[in-house]
Design a protein around this ligand. Structure first.
Ligand code: FNR
Length: 351
C-alpha cells in the first residue's frame, strides 16, 4: 500500500535518518549567561525538546560584531564552545539531533551592542527603521566576515553539533546582501543578482568546507519584509538564489512562508519545482496544515516555532492529537526558567 507521509513519518535529511518530520524552528530566547555563553538552563530547555526530528538552535552570532540583541549566545569564543557542549551532550543523551544556526545581524544592531561602540556593518550605509545607519563594508573586509562564518562553523563542530544552518533569512546580513533595497554596492557584491548572491554562496562554500554539504542547511525568507527589507524583484532574486544553491546538495533549504496564504507567493510550493533537495517549511503551521503540506508534497519537513516554545513534547502531542499549551509572548525574549523550561509535558498534565 502506498500511503503518503505525514509529520510522524521518518525522513532522511542529509546524512541523518530522522524519526519524524517535525523540526524545532530557530528561536532567539536571549538567555545566554555572561560572556554570551550557553549554560545549564539552555541545555535543559533544548533537551526537553529532543523528540523533534531536528532541533535548530536560536541564531548565534559568529563574531561579536554580528550581535544585535541582548544576551544572544555566540559561537566565537572557547567558553561559548564549552557552553554549547552542555547543550549538545544533553540533547544527544535524550536521543535528539541539533544544528546550530550561524548568524550575523549586519545593520540590525546598535553601537551599544558592538565592541568599542563602533557602528554595525552592512552591504551599504542604509538604515533599517529605528536603527542607526550602518557602515558599508569595504571590499577588503568581506573575506574576514566569510572567515568568521567558517570559524563559527568549525567551533560548532568542536561543540558537538550534528550540523549547522546558515541564517540567510529575516533581514540579517546575508539577506541584506541578497536584496537590492539594502544592497547598493557597485563592486562584485552588488548590482546584478549574481553579484548580490555572491556573499551567500561564499558563506555556503566556507561552511560546507568545514562540515560537508550533507550537514549544512540554509534558511531564506523570500517574502519577508521584517527588518525593513525590500527588493525590486523578489521573484527573480530568490529564484536565482535558490537555483544557485542546487549544485551544493545541502542537507536542506529552510523557507519561511509568506503569511498571506497566497499560492503565488514565494513559499515552499513555489520553490518545490525549483529546488532539487529537501525542503523545510516554517511559519504559521498547526498540526493539520503541517500534515497537509507534507502529504501534498509542498515540503518534506515542517518547522514549528511558537508551538515548540510552549510544548516541549510537540511530536508526542501531535501523535495523539492532544491539546497544546498556549504560549506566553511576554517570556519569549529574555528572562529565566519562566516560560522557558517550565511548560509541562502531556504526561505531567495527565498524571
Ligand atoms: C523567531 N524566529 C527566528 N528565526 C530565525 O531564523 N532565527 C531566530 O533566532 C529566530 N528567533 C525567533 C524568536 C522567537 C521568539 C520567535 C517567535 C520567532 C522565527 C521562527 O523561526 C519561525 O519562523 C516563526 O516563529 C514562525 O513559525 P511559527 O511560530 O508560526 O511556528
Amino acid at each position: 500500500m502506498n500511503t503518503s507521509p505525514n509529520l510522524l513519518s521518518p525522513v532522511k535529511l542529509g546524512r541523518y535518518e530522522l524519526p519524524n518530520r517535525i523540526v524545532m524552528a530557530p528561536l532567539t530566547r536571549n538567555r545566554a549567561s555572561e560572556g554570551l555563553v550557553p549554560h545549564q538552563l539552555n541545555a535543559t530547555y533544548y533537551a526537553q525538546r529532543a523528540s523533534a526530528g531536528l532541533i535548530v538552535t536560536e541564531a548565534s552570532q559568529v563574531t561579536p560584531y554580528g550581535m544585535g540583541y541582548p544576551n544572544t549566545p555566540g559561537i566565537y569564543s572557547s567558553e561559548q564552545v564549552e557552553g554549547w557542549r552542555l547543550v549538545t551532550d544533553a540533547v544527544h543523551q535524550q536521543g535528539g539531533r541539533i544544528f546550530l544556526q550561524l548568524w550575523h545581524v549586519g545593520r540590525i544592531s546598535d553601537p551599544s551592542l558592538q565592541p568599542n561602540g563602533v557602528l554595525p556593518v552592512a552591504p551599504s550605509a542604509i538604515a533599517a527603521a529605528d536603527h542607526v545607519t550602518p557602515r558599508a563594508l569595504e571590499l577588503d573586509e568581506i573575506p574576514g566576515i566569510i572567515e568568521a562564518y567558517r570559524q563559527g562553523a568549525a567551533n560548532a563542530l568542536a561543540a558537538g553539533f550534528d550540523g549547522v544552518e546558515i541564517h540567510g533569512a529575516n533581514g540579517y546580513l546575508i539577506d541584506q546582501f541578497l536584496q537590492d533595497g539594502t544592497n547598493k554596492r557597485t563592486d562584485a557584491y552588488g548590482g546584478s543578482i549574481e553579484n548580490r548572491a555572491r556573499f551567500m554562496l561564499e558563506v555556503v562554500e566556507a561552511v560546507v568546507g568545514v562540515w560537508g554539504a550533507d550537514r549544512v542547511g540554509i534558511r531564506l525568507s523570500p517574502n519577508g519584509t521584517f527588518n525593513d527589507m525590500s527588493d525590486s524583484n523578489p521573484t527573480a532574486t530568490f529564484t536565482y538564489a535558490v537555483k544557485a544553491l542546487n549544485p551544493y546538495n545541502l542537507a536542506y533549504l529552510h523557507l519561511v512562508e509568506p503569511r498571506t496564504g497566497d499560492q503565488n507567493d514565494l513559499g515552499a510550493r513555489y520553490f518545490r519545482s525549483i529546488y532539487n533537495g529537501t525542503l523545510i517549511s516554517a511559519g504559521g503551521y498547526d498540526r493539520d496544515m503541517g500534515n497537509e503540506a507534507i502529504a501534498n508534497g509542498d515540503a518534506d519537513l515542517i518547522a514549528y516555532g511558537r508551538w515548540f516554545i510552549s510544548n516541549p513534547d510537540l511530536p508526542q502531542r501531535f501523535a495523539v492529537n492532544a491539546p497544546l499549551n498556549p504560549y506566553d509572548r511576554d517570556t519569549f525574549y529574555g528572562g529565566t526558567e519562566k516560560g522557558y523550561t517550565d511548560y509541562p509535558t502531556l504526561s505531567l498534565q495527565t498524571a
